[in-house]
Design a protein around this ligand. Structure first.
Ligand code: MG
Length: 433
């Protein structure tokens, strides 16, 4: 375990961000001065849980965020500060509803079945102007802007600084590109154990926003920031390994290069796909990305049904290669910890009950979706997704009863707040009714 006081002395760190991520994916922190970090590493930093998106009241006792010191990162763009992911505790026990604790419980459950999930995420983001109204590059107007070399290089200063930071951190980034929407980018880095990927995903969102801001821009992971453009997905490539992390249990010798275990895991994703949406597509805005009409570029690149295919990007799950699956449903608003947790929860059910994912569909879901008879449609809005999750007894228990109750309560409250807003569209449609 890294000694944070020593880390500060060795690296010249003056302050530590003791960080935790709440149910809605908001990253919260206390800024702890280096001279106090020795004691705080043992005691944790105190928070009032109610003041964040956790289901607590002002009467709850102090919640202490215990730093997982092995996750510490010195901020390359502000080296006097270090960030460390933490686990919320209360009354001497981990807070069961806290997302990082939820993921760790599932990692432990998988380990007891001698399984380890490794994953990599592809969080897409838009670089927009500081007031959030438009993309930041007014020359980025191509109908098909994906991989646009010139538009990529016009944002070279920001993208290369993020990528260089990731190289410095040892994450193994290997490509940067302009994505399918104007103003949209993606940076890919090496996969790893799912908890490490979740921590990096959380840090990535913080880092991308911070570095964009430094350049006078703003980065957003919002699922659908512009209605006519492709939204921000967060695809997850994942596979199951033996406990020593050396053998990929998904490797197999069928025509797709997958094992029976991989198909059972996939069976879990098919069984729980609609309910998973409440976690993987957590906001009102999420449902403007999935089930959406074609965008300016010609495709949304997001699924609308619970289906899987081979190397085919129109399905919820793609089999890109032997030995792994790509889950294409999640979006930029997904909580990094809950995203990994819900995938693992659904997949473990598939493995443990040997679920059958059904037949692979080798069709273009955007033009031939009607041929996919019996394929379950994804929820059309956030409330439907919450209801699907509420109906899924297995998933609620697997994610933890305390978590599930808290999550359903707070997200339902959010939905109810949304429905109170009278939109201009409603007025235009209805004033003369
Ligand atoms: Mg992408």
């Amino acid at each position: 375990m890294t000694d944070l006081a020593k880390f500060a002395a060795d690296k010249g760190v003056k302050f530590f961000l003791f960080n935790f991520t709440d149910l809605f994916g908001v990253q919260r922190a206390k800024l702890v001065p280096a001279q106090a970090v020795g004691g705080m590493q043992n005691s944790g930093a105190g928070f009032a849980g109610f003041a964040s998106w956790l289901d607590m009241t002002p009467a709850h006792p102090d919640m202490f965020v215990m730093p997982d010191a092995n996750t510490v990162i010195q901020l390359p763009w502000k080296p006097e500060i270090a960030w460390v992911a933490g686990d919320p505790w209360m009354d001497g026990e981990p807070v069961a509803q806290a997302p990082r604790n939820v993921l760790q419980s599932l990692v432990t459950r998988a380990a007891s079945a001698s399984l380890v999930m490794k994953s990599g995420v592809e969080p897409e983001f838009h670089l927009i102007n500081a007031d959030g109204t438009e993309i930041s590059d007014e020359r980025d107007i191509q109908e098909k802007p994906c991989y646009d070399q010139s538009a990529l290089l016009r944002r070279y200063d920001v993208i290369s600084e993020i990528c260089s930071t990731m190289i410095e951190l040892g994450w193994g980034p290997y490509q940067n590109d302009h994505e399918d929407a104007n103003g949209q980018f993606e940076i890919n880095w090496d996969f790893g154990d799912c908890l490490e990927t979740a921590d990096r995903h959380a840090f990535f969102k913080f880092m991308v926003k911070a570095i964009a801001e430094k350049h006078g821009l703003r980065a957003t992971f919002m699922p659908k920031p512009f209605s006519h453009l492709t939204g921000n997905g967060c695809h997850v490539h994942h596979s199951i390994w033996t406990p020593d992390g050396k053998t990929c249990v998904f490797d197999g010798d069928d025509e797709m290069g997958l094992s029976d275990t991989a198909y059972h895991f996939l069976g879990g994703l098919m069984t729980h796909g609609a309910a998973m949406c409440a976690i993987t597509n957590p906001t009102v805005n999420s449902y403007k990305r999935i089930n959406a009409p074609a965008t300016l570029s010609g495709a949304t690149w997001s699924p609308s049904s619970v289906t899987y295919g081979g190397n085919n990007r129109t399905h919820m799950v793609r089999i890109p290669d032997g030995g792994r699956l790509e889950f294409r449903l999640a979006d930029g608003a997904a909580n990094p910890y809950l995203l990994q947790a819900v995938l693992l929860a659904a997949g473990l059910d598939g493995i443990q009950r040997k679920l059958d994912p059904g037949k692979r569909l080798d069709i273009d879901m955007y033009t031939e979706g009607h041929k996919a008879r019996g394929a379950k449609k994804l929820p059309l809005n956030m409330l439907d997704a919450i209801r699907e999750f509420q109906k899924d007894k297995y998933l609620k228990t697997a994610m933890g009863d305390a978590f599930s109750a808290a999550y359903i309560k707070l997200r339902t409250r959010e939905w109810n707040q949304f429905t109170k807003h009278l939109t201009q569209w409603e007025r235009d449609q209805t004033l003369d009714c």
